[in-house]
Design a protein around this ligand. Sequence first.
Ligand code: AHM
Ligand code: MG
Length: 345
Amino acid sequence: MVLSSPSTVLPSSTEREISRDVLTLSRHVLQQFESFTAEAQDFSALFSRIALAGKMIARRLGRSGLVEDALGVTGSVNVQGEEQQQMDDYANRAFIRALEQTGLVCRLVSEEMKTPIRLPENCSLSRLALLIDPLDGSSNIDANLTVGSIFSVLRPRENCPETNNEDLLQPGRQQLAAGYILYGPSTQLVYSIGKGVHSFTLDPSLGEFVLCQSCIRTPERGSVYSLNEGYFCQWSEGIQSFVRYVHRRDGYTSRYSGALVADFHRILMQGGVYLYPGTQKKPEGKLRLMYEAAPLAFLAEQAGGMATTGTESILDIFPQSLHQRVPLIIGSRENVAEVLHCLKG
Ligand code: AHM
Ligand code: MG
């Protein structure tokens, strides 16, 4: 009997399925480094722990109507002065628990914590710092709508005082990695270490994030504009004129979910523009630079898109504080250029 050589045999559907199933997130991260250095292994392990936190949050969200203490508010107010939801608190603790005692992250900065915490507490030398919005769009939770988690990885600056966390105050361009987890009909993790943007879907039967799409490119232009038009009267002339422009122009359609991760994900995949501008009362807007705007801007640029405040690139901003807010205009190059054109009058 003559056996054909393996190279001439087309992979069967089972083979294709197996290949897909083994391309897990941690393996993909290792492949991105193209080496088995300690740094590559640390990043791979770090992503496994971020994924673990994501799985814990997805599991709790999936049962939120069934378990106690999953819905509603905690009664506390976070550092941003916003009411904390039970799920905000759970998501924050899930990240802490997933990372503590691993030695992978020495400092964790979170929207839910005024000051960063050390993991473990006696950690002396920082290797990597993780900045998170543990549950973005948390006003969606009680309505059983999409939410997300956002993360950014930084290396604390050497020879820089750790007091007031000055060593973490770095422009977004210096992020080592960034990404988000989207808790929608399926749970998806999207990340970049500066070598393109890749997405993974959680396969609940395997308990693993499996590669779904690599090297995502955002379209040069899209039809979606995404912003909360309820604030129209509070915006600058420029933003108002952009909104009037999209109302008049054929080919624009409005989508706004109230969760930045969800709205950004749509734009990353299908093109368009998301805006959260400043208002007269709050010129700096609502979104936080270091764990919302900058990581998404990193992904947008990696995918060929753009992110700006309207006057400067999000990734060039030198943060003054960890919880600093910033106006955000992000998405496809042509759509963002249209916004900038209106801002210039
Ligand atoms: P959060 O991180 O406290 O949930 O706040 C950020 C969210 C974004 O996800 C969303 O785009 C925006 O706030 C919605 O705000 P608004 O209700 O003002 O439109
Ligand atoms: Mg948020």
